[in-house]
Design a protein around this ligand. Structure first.
Ligand code: RAM
Length: 521
C-alpha cells in the first residue's frame, strides 16, 4: 500500500467534501417560568412554573424592566425567534430589548457585568438590540446553546408597550433523530444516563464535532476522540469523523505536532495551542475509525500523519525510556491543577504507540518491528522506573506522587497482565477512592473505562451512576464540561458561568454502557 502524504490543501478538500448538511427542527410552545434562588440548587438558582401561560402572554403589555423567561423543556442548539408587536399609542421610540440564553438556570441569575473569569466574557450568551419598527418577526442571527431564554424589555416609551408571542427555536444538528436502539436495561438511571449522553453528543455534532456549542464551539482532538467513540455506538455518522480527521491531518505543523484544536468557521485555521497527548490521540481516532469502517483509503492517506505524530512524540523519550514532555508541549490529562501528569503521559504514549502498531501492521509499514520493539522497551522502563512495588501503585513526577490518573492510563495501556491490571485497580480502589483532584468528565471517563477493563464491573457502574447521576440530580439535560462533585462551583476559568453545560467529552456513558455491558445490565 502506498503511504504518500497529501498536502494540507488536499486534506482540507476531503474535509470539505464531508461537510454535513445540518438538519433543522422547530421547537415551540415553551413553558413560562420564574427564576428563584435556592441554596440547594446548582449554583443557587432554580426555575418554577409561572402563572402566566403562553396563551395569556400575547395579551400582556411589557414595558421598561419587564421580563419573561421561556423554558423549552430540553437543551437545544439553534436560532431563537419571536413575534413582537406594539400596543397602545403610536410607537414614538425604538424598542430596546435584551435576551439571555442559558443552558442552566444559574446562568440567568448571573450578572455578566461582574464576570472576572480567565476567558472572554463575550462567550456569555446575551444580546441587546434596538428595533425601530414594530410589528416584527425577529429571528436572532447568532446560534445559541440553551434551554432557557430570558427576554427583558430595556425600554419602550410611556406611550406604548410591546407584546410578545410565538417564541420558538430553530434547532440544528448534523444528525437527525435516527432510530438508535434503546439501551438494553431496566435500570432507570442507566437509561437516563444513556439518553442524556446521546442528547449531549447530538447537540455537539454540528459542522464538526464541537467541544461545546456554547463555548468554544470548536473541534478539539481530545474531545473528538471520545465523541467519535460515542458516535460509533449511536449515530454512526462516520463521514463527520472522517471530516474531522482530515481537518487535523491538514493542520499538522512543519515540526510534526498536531494542534489541539482547529477553527472551522468561514475558513480553516489551526489553533496555536498544543497538548502532547492530544497530538497523539490523532492515532487513536484514526485507528478507531478504521476499525469501525474498514476505510482503507483514509488509512493510507492519513497514516503518514500518524507516523509523523508518533515519531515526534518519541523524540521526548529519554535514555531511561521515560517520557519528558517539554514545558511548551504539556500533557493535558484533566483540568486538575493538583495532580502530577508525567506517568499518565507515559501511559498515553504507550497506549497510542500500541494503537500505532496496529495501523502500521495494516499498511505493512517496513518499520513495524522497530515500533514493536519500542513498545517492549517503554513498557519495561515504565514498570522498572514508575511502578512502586512497596505501594503496588505507579508513582509520578519528582515528588513520586501517587494519583489516580497514572494508574488509569497504565491500565488502559495494558502494559501489565490482566491479572496485574486487576490487582493495580484493586489497590487504586483501596487507596485512591473516593476520587479527589479530578475535575472533568473527560478524566472520569478514563477512570470508568479502566475499571471495566480491569474486571471491576460493579465499581465501574457505581462510578458512572454516582458521577454522571449527580449531574442529572443537579438538573442536567446534557452533561457538562467540568464537574467536581467535591466542589460544585468549580470552573477551570474562574467562574462556573462561563463553563459549558453541553460538552462533548462528557457524552461517553452511552459508549461505556453499550461497549462494556451489552448483556449485563
Ligand atoms: C477547553 C475545552 C475543550 C478541551 C480543552 C482542553 O477549551 O473544554 O473541550 O479539549 O479545554
Amino acid at each position: 500500500m502506498s503511504q504518500k502524504e497529501l498536502t494540507s490543501t488536499d486534506y482540507f478538500a476531503v474535509a470539505n467534501n464531508n461537510k454535513p448538511q445540518l438538519q433543522t427542527s422547530v421547537i415551540d410552545n415553551p413553558k413560562i417560568v420564574e427564576l428563584e434562588t435556592d441554596p440547594q440548587a446548582f449554583c443557587g438558582f432554580r426555575t418554577v412554573n409561572s402563572r402566566t401561560t403562553l396563551n395569556s402572554l400575547a395579551a400582556l403589555d411589557f414595558n421598561r424592566g419587564d421580563k419573561v423567561i421561556f423554558d423549552f423543556g430540553n437543551h437545544y442548539v439553534g436560532h431563537f425567534g419571536i413575534d413582537l408587536v406594539d400596543h397602545g399609542n403610536p410607537m414614538d421610540s425604538p424598542l430596546a430589548i435584551s435576551f439571555k440564553f442559558a443552558e442552566l438556570p444559574a446562568e440567568l441569575g448571573f450578572d455578566s457585568s461582574t464576570y472576572q473569569g480567565l476567558i472572554s466574557s463575550s462567550w456569555i450568551q446575551e444580546e441587546f438590540l434596538h428595533i425601530d419598527h414594530l410589528p416584527c418577526h425577529l429571528e436572532l442571527p447568532r446560534r445559541y446553546s440553551f434551554r432557557y431564554v430570558e427576554v427583558e424589555i430595556k425600554d419602550t416609551s410611556s406611550q406604548w408597550s410591546v407584546r410578545l408571542s410565538k417564541p420558538y427555536i430553530k434547532a440544528q444538528s448534523a444528525v437527525n433523530d435516527v432510530n438508535i436502539a434503546p439501551l438494553k436495561t431496566k435500570d432507570k438511571l442507566l437509561q437516563r444516563l444513556d439518553e442524556v449522553s446521546i442528547k449531549t453528543l447530538r447537540d455537539c455534532m454540528q459542522d464538526v464535532f464541537e467541544d461545546g456549542p456554547k463555548r468554544d464551539q470548536r473541534l478539539w482532538l481530545g474531545d473528538l476522540r471520545l465523541e467519535a467513540l460515542a458516535n460509533d455506538v449511536t449515530f454512526k455518522n462516520y463521514s463527520l469523523t472522517k471530516r474531522c480527521l482530515y481537518l487535523f491531518a491538514g493542520s499538522i505543523t512543519s515540526d510534526d505536532r498536531i494542534p489541539a484544536d482547529v477553527f472551522t468557521n468561514n475558513r480553516i485555521v489551526p489553533d496555536t495551542v498544543f497538548f502532547f497527548d492530544y497530538s497523539l490521540f490523532f492515532i487513536s481516532v484514526l485507528k478507531d475509525y478504521v476499525q469501525e469502517t474498514n476505510d482503507s483509503v483514509t488509512l493510507t492517506e492519513l497514516y503518514p500523519i500518524a507516523k509523523r505524530a508518533i515519531n515526534k512524540a518519541l523524540t521526548y523519550v529519554n535514555d531511561q525510556g521515560l517520557l519528558v514532555a517539554p514545558d511548551d508541549w504539556r500533557v493535558f490529562v484533566d483540568w486538575s491543577q493538583v495532580i502530577d501528569k508525567d506517568t499518565a503521559g507515559q501511559g498515553i504514549l504507550l497506549y497510542t504507540l500500541k494503537q500505532f502498531v496496529e495501523i502500521a501492521k495494516k499498511v505493512s509499514d517496513k518499520d513495524l518491528l522497530s515500533y514493536e520493539q519500542l513498545v517492549k522497551d517503554l513498557t519495561n522502563s515504565a514498570v522498572k522506573n514508575l511502578f512502586d512495588s512497596e505501594q503496588q501503585l505507579f508513582i509520578s513526577g519528582p515528588r513520586q506522587e501517587v494519583n489516580i490518573a497514572s494508574q488509569v492510563w497504565m491500565v488502559l495501556a495494558h502494559i501489565l497482565s490482566d491479572q496485574d491490571n486487576k490487582a493495580l485497580m484493586d489497590m487504586a480502589l483501596k487507596q485512591l477512592f473516593p476520587i479527589t483532584g479530578i475535575v472533568t468528565p473527560y478524566m472520569y471517563h478514563h477512570i470508568v473505562q479502566a475499571l471495566f477493563e480491569s474486571d471491576h464491573y460493579e465499581q465501574a457502574i457505581k462510578l458512572l451512576k454516582s458521577y454522571w447521576g449527580k449531574m442529572i440530580d443537579l438538573g442536567a439535560d446534557t452533561f457538562w464540561e467540568a464537574f467536581d462533585p467535591n466542589d460544585l462551583d468549580f470552573s477551570p476559568y474562574g467562574s462556573p458561568i462561563i463553563n459549558s453545560y453541553c460538552h462533548a467529552w462528557s457524552c461517553t456513558p452511552t459508549y461505556l454502557l453499550r461497549k462494556y455491558c451489552p448483556n449485563k445490565i
